[in-house]
Write a protein that binds this ligand. Structure first.
Ligand SMILES: *Cc1c(COP(=O)(O)O)cnc(C)c1O
Length: 362
């Protein structure tokens, strides 16, 4: 079998969730949208069932997958519903909804539902993607409250620049939000991973950590705290061929890399069809036989090439970590001009192998 694997360490996932809880005195929804950022939503949710206060996913389909696997905790749909005909299933599966537009309130009011639905009313406090503007928010809240199909209401907003500890943007958004809901006495939710770690002064009833659960640093710069995160995914493969080449030979598509001296080039069974970023530059690090080595040449669909000139001990069969415990996904993302979120959610074709599945939270 092709030796390309994503090892998923569920004990690391639990550790990271506990870390998020340490920073949020109240409850934390574990965000497992997009198949738990590529890690497998069912396995990740099951690994967190004994400690997570709830889960968040993007849509109904993702939530049903979790319910079908026996997940009992609250599940929030971060984009709410897209059409009124989803509401009956939302009731049947006991899901919570983000409400971000007037038409959703109208649909909720008009639909005959068997049970009230808990709703998270989203404010646009500055990100300008979805949600009610400040001047609309209290009115929307009152309409929701009057709707018989609505159970509990939480007020939420999303921060655009919580990753930048130098910027006042997060506190400004937070101030807008707090001002608008002051009179309502409603539970609140503000913080994503970056805010959980960098803005502990932002206190709300529910946090929504995502990327930090998977061990990636959500901040622009690492801090003492982000260094306590444990990487969950380790993307691994093996060297399947080795070339000895003289100086001046070009490697791979477009001849991007040319040997500067007599070189040994290894071929790794991993490519962009597995989710490894095609835009990774020459020199992007990976771990071969326990030592760092650099990408040499463009990434292909099924293979990539690595400079083994300084690693004579490496050869066909040598283990390669593309990212994981030794090479951080954030470092590779930086070398590929992308972000860990995009790389992790792109993982496909590789075998997923779950570690520490039966270890309960410490
Ligand atoms: C995805 C998402 C999160 C989690 O964000 P991270 O940066 O991964 O922590 C939180 N809140 C909302 C509304 C989201 O869409």
């Amino acid at each position: 079998m092709r030796p390309a694997y994503a090892h998923i360490d569920l004990a690391a996932l639990r550790h990271n969730y506990q870390l998020a809880k340490q920073f949020s005195p109240n409850k934390a929804l574990a965000v497992v949208k997009a198949d738990a950022y590529g890690h497998g939503a069912v396995q990740c949710a099951q690994a967190l069932t004994d400690c997570a206060d709830g889960f968040a996913v993007a849509c109904l389909e993702e939530a049903i997958e979790l319910r079908s696997a026996g997940i009992k905790q609250p599940i929030l749909l971060l984009e709410g519903f897209f059409h009124a005909d989803e509401l009956a299933l939302c009731v049947e599966h006991d899901l919570w909804l983000v409400i971000h537009a007037h038409w959703q309130i109208e649909a909720l009011t008009r639909s005959p539902l068997k049970q009230p639905i808990n709703c998270w009313l989203k404010m646009d406090s500055g990100m300008h993607r979805v949600g009610f503007f400040l001047h609309d928010f209290v009115g929307a809240y009152q309409r929701l409250r009057q709707c018989a199909n609505v159970g509990q209401v939480v007020a939420m907003t999303h921060l655009a620049r919580a990753d930048d500890v130098q910027s006042p943007a997060a506190s400004q958004q937070c101030a807008v939000f707090s001002q608008a809901i002051k009179q309502l006495g409603v539970p609140t939710s503000l913080s994503n991973s970056a805010a959980v770690l960098a803005w502990p002064q932002i206190v709300s009833d529910w946090t929504r950590p995502g990327i930090m659960l998977y061990g990636s640093n959500p901040l622009l710069k690492p801090t003492e705290v982000t260094q306590q995160l444990k990487p969950v995914m380790s993307l691994q493969s093996r060297i399947i061929a080795v070339r000895e080449l003289p100086e001046g030979e070009a490697i791979g598509y477009g001849a991007r890399f040319v040997t500067q001296k007599a070189s040994r080039i290894g071929v790794v069974a991993m490519g962009y069809a597995d989710g490894y970023p095609r835009h990774a530059q020459d020199g992007t690090p990976m771990l071969v036989e326990g030592h760092r080595a650099g990408l040499a040449g463009r990434v292909s669909m099924d293979m990539l090439t690595v400079d083994l000139t300084d690693l004579p001990q490496a050869g066909v069969g040598s283990a390669v970590e593309l990212w994981g415990k030794h090479i951080s996904v954030d470092e590779v993302a930086h070398c590929a001009d992308t972000i860990s979120y995009s790389m992790l959610t792109n993982i496909k074709r590789v075998q997923k192998n779950y570690l520490n599945a039966d270890l309960k939270a410490e």
